[in-house]
Design a protein around this ligand. Structure first.
Ligand code: F3S
Length: 395
C-alpha cells in the first residue's frame, strides 16, 4: 500500500509508540485487503464498550492506550455500554460490573471520545453526510450509514476503529470503493409488511439467505420510516453480514443501480411465517425490552401512547441513547412509561447488559437483531412480536 511521507514516519515511530502501533494495524489491514492508500475519515464509531464483551483484557488495553496519551483527532462516538451510566444502581445493575464499566468509560473519555454509548449515533449527534468516508463499528449503524445515508464505511473492529479515530484515516478498500457497492441479489417483497417486527423478521430472513451479499429490495412499503429501515438493516447484519442494502424508492442511491441481470429472491407469506416461528423460542416473557437498535423519539412516543394510564404486570425497558432519553424526559414520555411501571434505559441494551444475571430467562422483543443474539449472548428464550403485541403480553 502506498503511504505518504508522514504516514511512513509514523510507522517508523517518529510520533511515538502508540501512533506507531495504531498505524501498523491500519497498514496491515490495508495490505490484507489490497488497499492502495489511506483515506481521511469524517467520523468514527467505536465498538467493544460493554465490560460484558471486552472483559478485563479490554479494560487493560484501553487504560494502557489512554495512559500513553492516545487521543482521537476526529468526532468519535461509542457503542452501547453494559449499563445505564447514570441510573445503573436504581435499575439493579451489579456493583462489580458497574465499577469496571465506569473505568472503561473513563479511559475512552481520556482519549477524547464523546462518551455517548449508542448504536444509533446518527440520531445523537454523529450524522455523516452523503458519500462521506467514515469508520464505524456497530453493524446496524454501519448498515444504516451505508444504505440510508449513503456514507461509506466498512464494518470496523474495536481496535481498527480506535486507530482510525486517532490517525483520522482508514485504508481504502471494501465499501469505500464504488465498484464494491453494486447489488448482488434482487429481493422481491411479496409478503405483507405491516408492523415494526415485520421489518425485523424480513431482515433476519434475508440476512440468513444472502449472508454478506448486497440486497436490493423491491416492494417495501412507501410509508417505511427511517426507524423501519434501521430495524431491517440491523436484522440483516445480525443473521447475515449485510453491511449495505438498497431499497427502491427509499434509499438515496437505489435508482442508480442496475438490477436487470442479478439473482432474484421472492419473499412470500410462508417465509415470514417460518421466520416468526424460528425466532420464537419462548412462550411468556419475564421482561419486554424494546429499542434495538436504540429507540428514536418516535419509537418512545409510540410506547408511551400504548402504556399511557395502564399498569404493567411485568418489567418493560425501552433502550435508547442519552440524547433521546433527555428528549423523552422533556416531553413527559419518561413519566408516562414509569407511571405504568416501565423504564427508559439509556446507554445500554438487552444484549450487552448482563440481563441473564438479573433474573430474567425469557425476553420479549420486536427486533430481529435482538432475537438473533439473546439466546446465545444472554441465555434467553425469546418472544418475538410487534411492539403492540408485546405490550399486551405484559398488561
Ligand atoms: Fe444496538 Fe444492542 Fe441492538 S447495540 S443494535 S440495541 S443489540
Amino acid at each position: 500500500m502506498y503511504l505518504t511521507k508522514e504516514e511512513e514516519g509514523i510507522l517508523e515511530g517518529e510520533k511515538g509508540p502508540v501512533l506507531e502501533k495504531l498505524m501498523r494495524l491500519l497498514a496491515r489491514l490495508g495490505d490484507i485487503y489490497g488497499a492502495e492508500k489511506m483515506i481521511p475519515v469524517g467520523s468514527v464509531q467505536v465498538s467493544g464498550v460493554s465490560y460484558k464483551s471486552v472483559g478485563d483484557p479490554g479494560l487493560a488495553f484501553l487504560e494502557d492506550m489512554a495512559s500513553k496519551g492516545a487521543k482521537v483527532s476526529v468526532l468519535t462516538f461509542l457503542n452501547p455500554a453494559g449499563m445505564d451510566l447514570e441510573d445503573w444502581e436504581k435499575i439493579g445493575f451489579p456493583q462489580d460490573f458497574a465499577k469496571k464499566q465506569l473505568k472503561i468509560m473513563n479511559a475512552f473519555k481520556k482519549m477524547g471520545i464523546v462518551v455517548t454509548s449508542t448504536c444509533t449515533p446518527y440520531l445523537a449527534g454523529n450524522l455523516p453526510r452523503f458519500r462521506e468516508h467514515i469508520a464505524w463499528s456497530e453493524s446496524s449503524a454501519v448498515s444504516f450509514a451505508n444504505s440510508v445515508i449513503s456514507a461509506r464505511t466498512n464494518r470496523e473492529g474495536g481496535p481498527s476503529a480506535l486507530a482510525a479515530a486517532v490517525l483520522e484515516k482508514t485504508p481504502e478498500y471494501g465499501l469505500h470503493l464504488d465498484e464494491n457497492r453494486k447489488p448482488d441479489v434482487l429481493v422481491d417483497v411479496s409478503c405483507k409488511i405491516e408492523s415494526d417486527a415485520d421489518f425485523g423478521a424480513l431482515g433476519w430472513y434475508i440476512g440468513k439467505s444472502v449472508k454478506s451479499k448486497i440486497p436490493y429490495f423491491k416492494g417495501l412499503p412507501s410509508w417505511s420510516t427511517t426507524d423501519d429501515l434501521k430495524a431491517l438493516g440491523a436484522a440483516m447484519a445480525a443473521s447475515g453480514a449485510v453491511a449495505l442494502y438498497y431499497a427502491e424508492g427509499l434509499t438515496p442511491e437505489a435508482h442508480l443501480q442496475d438490477v436487470s441481470d442479478i439473482e432474484k429472491i421472492t419473499v412470500e407469506e410462508e417465509d415470514m411465517k417460518e421466520t416468526y416461528a424460528a425466532l420464537n423460542s419462548g412462550e411468556k416473557p419475564d421482561i419486554v425490552i424494546l429499542g434495538c437498535p436504540h429507540a428514536s423519539i418516535r419509537d418512545i412516543q409510540k410506547v408511551a401512547s400504548l402504556v399511557n394510564g395502564k399498569s404493567l404486570k411485568k418489567p418493560l425497558w425501552v433502550c435508547t441513547s442519552r440524547v433521546m432519553k433527555e428528549a423523552a424526559d422533556r416531553m413527559g414520555y419518561t413519566d408516562v412509561i414509569e407511571e405504568a411501571g416501565g423504564r427508559i434505559v439509556a446507554d445500554t441494551c438487552m444484549v450487552v447488559s448482563p440481563i441473564e444475571s438479573m433474573g430474567y430467562g425469557t425476553t420479549g422483543c420486536s427486533s430481529g437483531k435482538a432475537a438473533q443474539y439473546l439466546p446465545g449472548f444472554c441465555k434467553q428464550k425469546v418472544v418475538f412480536n410487534s411492539i403492540e403485541s408485546l405490550i399486551k403480553e405484559v398488561l
